[in-house]
Design a protein around this ligand. Structure first.
Ligand SMILES: CC(C)(COP(=O)(O)OP(=O)(O)OC[C@H]1O[C@@H](n2cnc3c(N)ncnc32)[C@H](O)[C@@H]1OP(=O)(O)O)[C@@H](O)C(=O)NCCC(=O)NCCS
Length: 203
């Protein structure tokens, strides 16, 4: 009898701890800072010089990816207000070549934040000013993780979209996150509910 009371007492203590932990998590979520995508917006302009090109005088893909990494890391820092590291880069395809002498503009902004990670979309355009030629080259998504000075992930502000385009990017971000987590072996395909819903896969 005495033993049963002792076990019940212990169970009550565990329940109080669980409730407290839940309350703390909820209140930390409620207190989480909110930011808009425009607050992380970054635009960067580069001129394609001979050292940036391949033997066909076209911009090398690796140089463009380097610029994309920089512009999106700055957008990530602006959103997170901390150091960020590149966690992943989604598929990048190059639609049209960018040529020697073209002016390349890269625009980046945060689309959605999770706990410590933020998805950044980068849009790239190129223009040859003397020829009056413009090309919309490509777009890509990079994921950054905010870390402290010891490299440990830290919580970041939430994102509140303001425009229909930002809302669309925000909504699609969960699906893109699940896909990249599956590809990196961090999520099992059967846990990806958002992805399953777009392919209409039943449980
Ligand atoms: C990114 C890094 C900090 C994650 O550390 P970790 O110990 O695995 O941390 P966690 O498992 O807690 O994950 C932290 C976040 O990273 C995200 N993440 C980790 N790997 C990811 C990947 N491949 N793609 C997308 N997100 C990823 C997780 O989903 C999680 O996001 P959330 O907090 O928003 O839910 C760590 O792997 C790292 O330092 N990598 C090297 C980064 C680097 O040097 N980049 C430059 C390229 S050389």
């Amino acid at each position: 009898m005495q033993e049963a009371n002792w076990v019940r007492g212990l169970q009550n203590i565990f329940m109080i701890f669980a409730a407290l932990k839940n309350k703390l998590t909820v209140s930390s979520r409620m207190n989480r800072k909110q930011k808009h995508p425009r607050e992380s917006f970054v635009s960067m302009t580069e001129l394609v010089l001979p050292n940036d090109t391949n033997t066909l005088n076209n911009l090398m893909g690796g140089r463009l990816m380097h610029w994309m990494d920089i512009v999106s890391a700055i957008a990530g820092q602006k959103h997170c207000g901390s150091i960020v590291v590149t966690a992943s880069v989604d598929n990048i395809s190059f639609r049209s070549p960018i040529r020697l002498g073209d002016v390349v503009t890269l625009r980046a902004r945060a689309t959605r934040a999770f706990n410590s990670s933020v998805e950044i979309r980068i849009d790239v355009d190129a223009e040859n000013i003397p020829e009056g030629r413009k090309i919309e080259s490509n777009s890509a998504y990079f994921t950054f993780v905010a870390v402290d000075k010891n490299g440990h992930p830290v919580e970041i502000p939430e994102i509140v979209p303001e425009t229909p385009e930002e809302t669309e990017l925000y909504n699609g971000a969960l699906r893109r996150r699940q896909l990249r987590l599956i590809l990196s072996g961090r999520m099992k395909p059967d846990e990806a509910n958002e992805l399953k819903s777009i392919f209409n896969i039943k449980e």
